[in-house]
Write a protein that binds this ligand. Structure first.
Ligand SMILES: Cc1cc2nc3c(=O)[nH]c(=O)nc-3n(C[C@H](O)[C@H](O)[C@H](O)COP(=O)(O)O)c2cc1C
Length: 400
């Protein structure tokens, strides 16, 4: 496994390795997006559209990719984004992600739909943890999960706000794959082509999602058109309800899924400690704006009051560089590290983070910006950029 992973020199190679390990429908669940997947693709294309304008003759012998967030140091300007159901693709995958995050000195976010519990992560993968809460209709369960994250020492609570209802993911509909997993002639055929994966599921049984266990909405969705999280989510969730969560949670509150500058003041007013510009990796609202395109507007509206993070489409170190140049304090890795874990567990995530970090360092050297604090919109070409100084770029000591 190790030597195969060493041949994976890019996130795309890890993606291919993950794809060849898994039944088609299972891989499609992880990779796919909503409806025509135009937002999923545009998240990626937005990074390709932005071109760099490197500086030269600057001493780049030493490069520093460390930064600070919430008064603590980070080895890289990354955190691992919450991704549900990882254990169906790699048993123990949540713990592998959390351990690799700790090894790279970055935070790991545990999803409400994860296949490991809040305590398992705290016990088996000590590190800097955030818990991502979906706003469940079952408020008692939601409060219980939040309280357990506090007791387990989690630093952050991530509230995902771009999912009042579940997105329509048509790859899953075409593959007939849902939760709980049903056997259909189509997916039986797919499973038989991946005997190792199928035998593991058969002999050791599919993993569970401990935070959602027992909820009525986890039962089969007859129309089969909503994700598990979408079936459980309370669509009446609003600002007043966010305020209640703020009052309950003493740690850092991170609001994930913001793309419209009109929402910014209210969210900061409630007491959020950070915002994540995110469209859920294109899995929710198709034709939603690409996150890199949304970033400058959010950065301007935030006006340095709290850190702005970004996710969606990060597959290269240069993508991280561009997000920082346009005002992000850092990024969350979604599918990049997910493909890593699906390709090879802990070693695969380690490989994904190493690739992104190495590419980021190289981009910084080639752009003449040896520290993250030197990256700003002036190394970006031909963008509709505001005048110098109008965008906040990473200021490591700003966010104590
Ligand atoms: C398979 C999968 C599962 C996800 N599960 C969650 C989740 O449980 N909670 C959440 O807030 N976001 C979830 N997301 C969205 C990610 O946190 C993140 O926003 C997205 O993956 C970023 O886009 P990228 O994958 O292109 O990097 C999921 C994404 C994927 C691909």
């Amino acid at each position: 496994m190790r030597s195969k992973l060493e041949e994976c020199y890019s996130i795309e190679r890890l993606r291919e390795a993950a794809r060849s390990r898994l039944p088609r429908g299972v891989f499609d669940f992880y990779e796919g997006g909503a409806e025509d997947e135009s937002t999923l693709n545009d998240n990626l294309q937005a990074f390709r559209r932005v071109r760099l304008l490197p500086r030269v003759l600057r001493n780049v012998a030493q490069v520093d990719v460390s930064t600070r967030l919430f008064g603590r140091s980070l080895g890289l300007p990354f955190a691992i984004a919450p991704t549900g159901a990882v254990g169906f693709g790699w048993r123990g995958g949540d713990i592998a992600l959390a351990r690799a995050a700790a090894a790279h000195d970055i935070p790991y976010t545990l999803s409400t739909s994860a296949t490991a519990s809040i305590e398992e992560i705290a016990d088996q993968a000590p590190g800097r943890h955030w818990f991502q809460a979906y706003i469940l209709q079952d408020k008692q369960r939601l409060n219980e999960l939040i309280d357990r994250a506090r007791v387990a020492g989690y630093e952050g609570l991530v509230i995902t706000v771009d999912l009042p209802v579940g997105g329509k993911r048509e790859r899953d509909l075409a593959n007939g794959l849902g939760f709980p997993m049903k056997l259909t002639p189509r997916n039986i055929g797919q499973f038989m082509r991946k005997p190792f994966w199928s035998l593991d599921m058969l002999l050791r049984r599919p993993p569970i999602m401990p935070s959602l266990q027992g909820l009525a909405a986890l039962k089969a969705d007859k129309a089969g058109m909503k994700s598990v999280a979408g079936r459980n989510y309370d669509p009446s969730f609003d600002l007043a309800a966010l305020q209640q969560l703020r009052d309950r949670w003493p740690g850092r509150l991170i609001v994930k899924g913001v793309v419209n500058p009109l929402d910014v003041d209210a969210i900061i007013g409630v007491g959020a400690d950070a915002l994540v510009v995110s469209n859920h990796g294109g899995r929710q609202l198709d034709t939603d704006i690409a996150t890199l395109d949304a970033l400058p507007g959010i950065v301007r509206a935030v006006d340095r009051r709290v850190p702005v993070l970004l996710d969606g489409g990060i597959r290269r170190g240069s993508d991280v560089f561009k997000a920082i140049a346009l005002g992000a304090s850092g990024v969350l890795t979604g599918r990049a590290t997910l493909f890593g874990v699906l390709a090879g567990g802990y070693e695969g995530v380690d490989r994904a983070l190493t690739i992104l970090a190495d590419e980021l360092r190289r981009t910084m050297q080639l752009c003449g910006t040896p520290a993250l604090s030197e990256i700003d919109h002036r190394v970006i070409a031909a963008m509709d950029c505001p005048p110098p100084g109008a965008l906040a770029s990473v200021q490591p000591d700003d966010f104590q």
